[in-house]
Design a protein around this ligand. Structure first.
Ligand code: FAD
Length: 533
């Protein structure tokens, strides 16, 4: 019989040894009694700074009869679950499908459609990876923005130049499909068991190209520099064709809209057609950056620097009541702060890292909740206009450049000008500026209220070494396209809103899973007896 033992503690260093040894220690017998031991999950338990350890779940086989259930020390023994196959029931017809966007949502939608034998056309407004990398280097080195090739637009979508965290709490069975796919195309297999899987931008860029080439070999057709400019509907509002910039029409029965949260022109076009959508709250603020060893010391205490420990992360929240809260967002240990603008005349920052997370810096979004009442208008696109207004203010604060306006945390708290900026990883360059000119008042207040609280929780958070860079405005979509239980737009049949931009995901894995769900809906409409997506 195969068993699963959960919550087994391992001291730092033990994770690299024969795992049958701690198993025998916990369950009795000798290490040789336990066969085919496999690591199913590993998380870090850093609650007690002096005794940091890993908690692991192991599956194994043994001839010894074992009692199931709770064991002393918080251990739990169960039969190992059978891996559920992710089935592909046959379709009875093959509708023509166009997928807009090659981000995680569009990519995984295309992959899953291919499983069903449906061969989609994938439209991507930005260029393929090689050209995209060159354009982004131009932005990070020379502060020149290409509005169609940047950290938001181009092959792989927004997740490509990212921290590559694959963590999600959605608990959907397709999550495993996503992780398996990344491993099949080059990611380290440890992402299958780590509680906080991470691949890094260097790995994700390679994976994105290999996944696309595999999809092409299976029948998908990718079109780069192919922006969806319009949609042709019939008189009843049903999708008839995707219209590219330049006028080319691609007839289709299903049009998957996975354009990410930065496709403002696309949302404007959809709004002109009366596609059902509504405002959605999001968050806005700054990136905060520290030396990584400051965060390691605060989180790991005397164990900081132990070779078994990854660059430390953190998650901080400060609630102010009345639907107001400031929190850390998308923390990047060992990463760098990058320019993520996609519109001329606007500045946007975010964070990314390589697989090794060894930059020496730690950054995260430090953001406050923006409620729809803050948008100042009932217009469905008001949140988008709100974002743009503050991104343009950040551009002005950076001296009308694609640098980032920046301030020392201590100067922000004391409301005084920053002379010399703390060290930062930001590219192309940080500009000392008054960040209060490029943040809404209620955001400033919450950040100023949260910083001392965070400093108490994580020693040094508001120290002299901490820097703030503006503006972190693209935390999630400020819009949601409304879809029904069959995945289609409630106003326009055949339109399938998908992923983060459409308001159904937040992050790489959840966007990828949403792409798979949309593919299942399309497969069902094509006659496949799929389970509930
Ligand atoms: P996107 O990835 O935004 O993809 C949309 C694609 O559609 C783009 O390629 C765009 O060019 C294309 N497109 C847009 N409009 C059109 C059009 N009209 N015609 C044709 N193509 C169009 N998430 C995590 O989970 N972990 C992280 O560590 C992480 N780090 C991040 C770091 C950075 C710097 C950024 C910017 C984001 C990060 N994210 C992270 C968020 C994550 O990238 C997104 O949640 C995810 O990429 C959303 O996937 P998506 O497919 O819905 O949209």
């Amino acid at each position: 019989m195969r068993y699963l033992l959960a919550n087994l503690p391992l001291n730092l260093g033990e994770e690299a040894l024969d795992l049958a040894v701690p198993l025998a220690h916990a369950l009795g017998g000798r290490a040789g009694d336990y066969r085919a031991v496999a690591l199913e999950r590993r998380s870090l338990d850093a609650r007690h700074k002096g005794a940091i350890r890993f908690l692991v779940s192991l599956s194994f086989e043994t001839e010894r009869p074992l009692a199931l259930g709770l064991l002393p020390g918080g251990l739990k023994l169960d039969p190992a679950p059978e891996a559920a196959p992710y089935a592909v029931p046959p379709v009875t017809r093959k509708p023509r499908v166009v997928v807009v966007g090659s981000g995680p949502a569009g990519t995984f939608c295309a992959l899953r459609l291919l499983d069903y034998g449906l061969e989609p056309v994938v439209l991507e407004r930005g260029p393929a990876m090689g050209e995209r990398v060159k354009a982004i280097s131009g932005l990070w080195k020379d502060a020149v923005l290409d509005p169609e090739a940047n950290a938001q637009f181009g092959e792989g979508g927004a997740g490509t130049f990212s921290d590559g965290k694959l963590t999600t709490r959605i608990g959907h069975p397709a999550t495993r499909y996503v992780l398996d796919t990344f491993v099949r195309f080059g990611a380290n297999p440890r992402i299958l068991y780590l509680a906080k899987p991470h691949v890094g931008t260097d790995v994700i860029r390679r994976c994105a190209v290999l996944i696309r080439k595999d999809a092409e070999a299976r029948g998908a057709r990718y079109r780069f520099r192919a922006r969806l400019a319009d949609v042709r509907f019939d008189e009843r509002g049903r999708v008839r064709a995707a219209v590219l910039e330049g006028g080319e029409e691609i007839p289709c029965e299903a049009l998957v809209l996975a354009p990410g949260h930065s496709a403002r022109d696309t949302f404007e076009m959809l709004h002109r057609h009366g596609v059902a959508m509504r405002q959605k709250p999001f968050a806005m603020g700054v990136r905060v950056e520290h030396p990584q060893d400051l965060v390691d010391r605060a989180q790991y205490g005397p164990s900081a620097g132990h070779p078994s420990l990854p660059a430390a992360d953190y998650k901080l929240v400060c609630n102010f009541g009345l639907n107001r809260a400031a929190y850390s967002f998308c923390m990047c240990p060992g990463g760098e702060v990058i320019q993520c603008a996609s519109e001329p005349g606007g500045v946007v920052v975010n964070g990314m890292s390589n697989e090794k997370r060894d930059s020496g810096f730690a950054n995260s979004g430090l953001v406050a909740k923006v409620n729809t009442a803050d948008f100042g208008s009932d217009h469905p696109l008001a949140g988008m206009h709100f974002q743009r207004t503050w991104e343009q203010a950040a551009f002005r604060a950076a001296g009308e450049t694609y640098g980032a306006p920046a301030m020392a945390v201590q100067d922000f708290l004391r409301n005084r000008a920053t002379g010399r900026l703390p060290r930062t990883s930001f590219r192309p360059f940080a500009v000392a500026a008054d960040l209060r000119t490029c943040l809404p008042g209620f955001v400033q207040e919450q950040l100023a209220g949260a910083l001392p609280v965070f400093d108490r929780k994580l020693h040094g958070f508001a120290s002299r070494e901490a820097i703030l860079l503006a503006i972190e405005s693209r935390t999630s979509s400020p819009i949601q396209l409304l879809r029904g239980e069959d995945g289609q737009s409630v106003s326009h049949p055949g339109l399938y809103p998908c992923g983060e931009g459409a308001g159904f995901a937040g992050g790489i894995t959840s966007a990828a899973v949403d792409g798979i769900r949309v593919a299942e809906w399309i497969a069902r409409s094509a006659g496949a007896e799929v389970f509930q997506p």
